[in-house]
Unconditional design. Structure first.
Length: 76
């Protein structure tokens, strides 16, 4: 009697199969991690127009006044 109570199914035989909950939660955590990682990497990515402007300044194509003027335009 005690053994049958210990091993009995408390949720009944027609209930939702709870063994799917673990893999579903794992997929949700992975999706959340990938999404957060994508957003962090996107926020840390340098501005491409500003990089081009810095390269042009480093090559001597533009002077410091032109660099500052265009940088203010890009950042605003």
């Amino acid at each position: 009697m005690l053994r049958s109570m210990w091993w009995s199914d408390w949720l009944g035989h027609g209930s939702m199969p709870w063994f799917f909950l673990g893999p579903v939660m794992l997929l949700l955590f992975i999706a959340a991690g990938v999404s957060i990682g994508y957003l962090v990497m996107r926020a840390m990515r340098p501005s491409r127009p500003l990089d081009i402007l810095r390269e042009r300044f480093a090559r001597g194509e533009i002077d410091q006044a032109e660099f500052e003027k265009r940088r203010r335009i890009i950042l605003n």
